[in-house]
Design a protein around this ligand. Sequence first.
Ligand code: GLN
Length: 495
Amino acid sequence: MSEETAVEIARSVNARETSAVERAVAMAERIAERDGAVGAYLTQTAELARAHAETIDARIAAGERLPLAGVPLAIKDNMCVTGTRTTCASRILEHWISPYTGTAVQRLLAAGALPLGKTNLDEFAMGSSCENSALGKTANPWDLGRVPGGSSGGSVAAVAAGEATVALGSDTGGSIREPAAFCGVVGFKPTYGRVSRYGLIAFASSLDQIGPISNTVEDSALVYDTMAGYDPMDATTVDRPVEPTANGLREDLRGVRIGIVKEFGLSALEADVRAVYERAYADLEKLGAELVEVALPTADYGIATYYLIAPAECSSNLARFDGMRYGLRVEAPDVGATYEATRAAGFGDEVKRRILIGTYALSSGYYDAYYVRAQKARTLIAADFAKAFASCDAIACPAAATPAFQFAAKADPVSMYLMDYYTIPMSLAGLPSLSVPCGYVTPPGARGPLPLGLELSGPLFAERSLLGIAHAYERGTRHAAAERIPALSGAGAAR
Ligand code: GLN
């Protein structure tokens, strides 16, 4: 049986064939059944979902139609929801209860989505495997011995395991796209400034962007259309109309030019992975697209640039967690010592590493050499993309160089940083970018096939065209798993 999509659920709940309450109860049961093996959720909010479902059913009974009526939603645990724990998977916020709901979440709830719970992530969204979480372990539903990717690992695992129909993730350098690729689902990062960050706990403010995770491109379009747009609570949202995407989905790629990046040649990839991407490019062509070579000569500097800018911003953003205002406080004889003891106990190694790097890069004497230089490189990377988009409508490349890896396979932080090679340049340029399933490989030692993702990226604000292209590719190839959660069927669920 294939999973019901958000579009199908909303249709049937609006038509009163099923109720939102039935949906909330059924999904909570599924989570209870499966999440012991997967570990997608840090906090389950079945009662909240049920109470909300009752109001949705009442509104529908009163004649309203809601675009996300009864759609089970998982929320990455760096987004605030009133009265729920919002931890960022960090000890420092482990018991912090949010006093308000962020805008993106609020818009989805108002449209009828049901908040089933808060999902695991790398601490403060810093990581590519979910292993940096201080509060739990999330497994890849395709192979429970492997990581789901990160940092939005819990959200993608929830959707892949059928423990949510759609989810919200946040993407700073790849945190929606890379895990979506690892778990065989669609993950979409909109243009920077398209979705409000109000209520998203900041990691690197000039890069952070909330986006949807789903089984189909159409569901991501529906969620995006519902939550995108100007928000007076976030000065970085753009005050221009949102072009709806859900009614712009296309079935073929005739007249579309797809850029293949010269510098992202596939020769460095393992042969089986390379074959999947070669076929993906050929499929784009078969669907009617014209493939054109484009150059991104500065994209290679993406990782170096990102690992100055993101830590610099994180060192500033995370200064607020000092034991005085939020979460954990470790008492010490004076204020300074309390700060130190709180932060020493509350933050994990990766967060500390980034605060140190960022503080160093921003310190006087090094600011020009590191931070300013990284900002200049960022400008050059964005300019390369602008030039490339003069000759194509979207760029196609791998979302990640490998399928999901085994737990503890990347102990060296730099090897983890390299996981975002294909996603970071788009983040630095603020572009809309997504991962759509494009095939499977079975590396030695794997328990079965593991999904790969094709990354498609468009010019700023080209969400409508980008999702249309991704939909045509998805429909034309059908790599999304029809049979969900293979690792969880039968004995696989026992762990
Ligand atoms: N993996 C990257 C990092 O560790 C990106 C994370 C993200 O997009 N939030 O910073």
